[in-house]
Write a protein that binds this ligand. Structure first.
Ligand code: ADE
Ligand code: ZN
Length: 355
């Protein structure tokens, strides 16, 4: 019997199936904290900081969430984050994400932040960092581990990225990794070789967006030239069979973002998403939300969307959850704890979130 409207979620799955997927413990490895800015919070922070947003209402802002490509999204994303100014703002933003993510099963999170997008507006980079660390501490008290990834904007000057890294070098112990994001095509990884070399010297992990809109070659260059340990998106790697073999053999994780790929027209719709092809090729692919406030859902929503699009059973969901833990920078001990939580879910338990 078809589910009634009240039993359906946004994914179209039965409500009890969605609740079970939301209870699956996962690690979120590809999440831009600025992309969690929900319209309500944007207006709240605008009022708090006396900033006028160029939108008449929540609905007016929501009506702009129609994107044709990455750049059309980035234009709105940078415009909205102008409301973020103080340590308190970043703490609030981070805590709202942590709350939502926890409700979606996320038990470990590695959060990107775009420091340059704030410092160019006169915001202190350490206020951004400290506010987000406050939020991670709130998460930790609830049993969610995690860390922060300082992400460089590849469409801004390389020297600015280097200055940003140096300005936070004395806080390296508060960072987990560096990353590379924003407009991809025309901004190849090799531009950022010196910045990533310095990050390595500082003892930071290195990840990079590549193969989202850009070619498979950018994925290879991110690995070879930047020393990236993980690739964000990477879906275009499938255009290069040799690269796919390498990703599989070297167990290089891909942080795949299904809803993002649909909303930014990287793939035509969820049923055409290549995540199962990546899994079938033996690649350590994970599911992530990227910019959930803009793309229609958080991590478990992405999982539920895939479950519906491909009629996935628990076995595939468990594999994706295990990949997320495996692909994380969590300690061996923490990974073991997270795998044990997944074991419990697979046995039919782990349902404290059901209800
Ligand atoms: N910044 C925020 N979301 C992004 C994405 N999907 N790709 C590149 N840069 C981003
Ligand atoms: Zn991203």
């Amino acid at each position: 019997m078809a589910p009634s409207l009240g039993e359906r979620s946004i994914s179209g799955l039965q409500a009890d199936r969605v609740a079970r997927i939301r209870a699956l413990p996962t690690a979120e490895l590809h999440l831009h904290i600025e992309g969690t800015l929900e319209p309500e919070l944007a207006f709240e922070l605008a009022a708090r900081n006396g900033i006028a947003l160029p939108f008449d209402s929540l609905d007016d802002l929501r009506s702009r969430y129609e994107f044709t490509d990455l750049q059309s999204f980035l234009d709105l994303y940078y415009e909205c984050m102008a409301v973020l100014r103080t340590r308190d703002d970043f703490r609030t933003l981070g805590e709202r994400y942590v709350q939502r993510a926890f409700e979606q099963g996320v038990r470990h999170v590695e959060i990107f932040f775009d420091a340059q997008a704030h410092t160019v507006r006169g915001v202190n980079a350490e206020d951004v960092l400290d506010g987000l660390l406050d939020a991670l501490e709130t998460g930790r008290q609830r049993g969610m581990s995690g860390g922060l990834i300082l992400s460089f904007l590849r469409d801004r000057p390389v020297l600015e990225a280097m200055d940003t890294l140096e300005s936070l070098a004395h806080r390296a112990a508060d960072l987990l990794a560096v990353g590379l994001d924003s407009a991809e095509v025309g901004y190849p990884p090799q531009l950022f070789v010196p910045v990533f070399a310095r990050a390595k010297e500082l003892g930071l992990h290195r990840v990079a967006h590549a193969g989202e809109e850009g070619p498979a070659e950018y994925v290879r260059d991110a690995l070879d030239l930047l020393g990236a340990e993980r690739i964000d998106h990477g879906v275009r790697s499938l255009e290069d069979p040799e690269l796919i073999k390498r990703l599989r053999d070297e167990r290089i994780p891909l942080t795949v973002c299904p809803f993002s790929n649909v909303r930014l027209a990287v793939v035509p719709d969820l049923t055409k998403h290549p995540i199962l092809d990546l899994l079938a090729a033996g690649v350590l692919a994970t599911v992530n939300s990227d910019d959930p406030a803009y793309f229609g859902g958080y991590l478990a929503d992405n999982m539920a969307g895939l479950a519906e699009a491909f009629d996935l059973g628990d076995d595939v969901l468990v594999r994706l959850a295990r990949n997320s833990v495996e692909g994380s920078f969590a300690s061996v001990e923490r990974k073991a704890e997270l795998h044990a939580l997944i074991d419990e879910w697979a046995r039919g338990g782990g349902g404290e979130l059901l209800g």
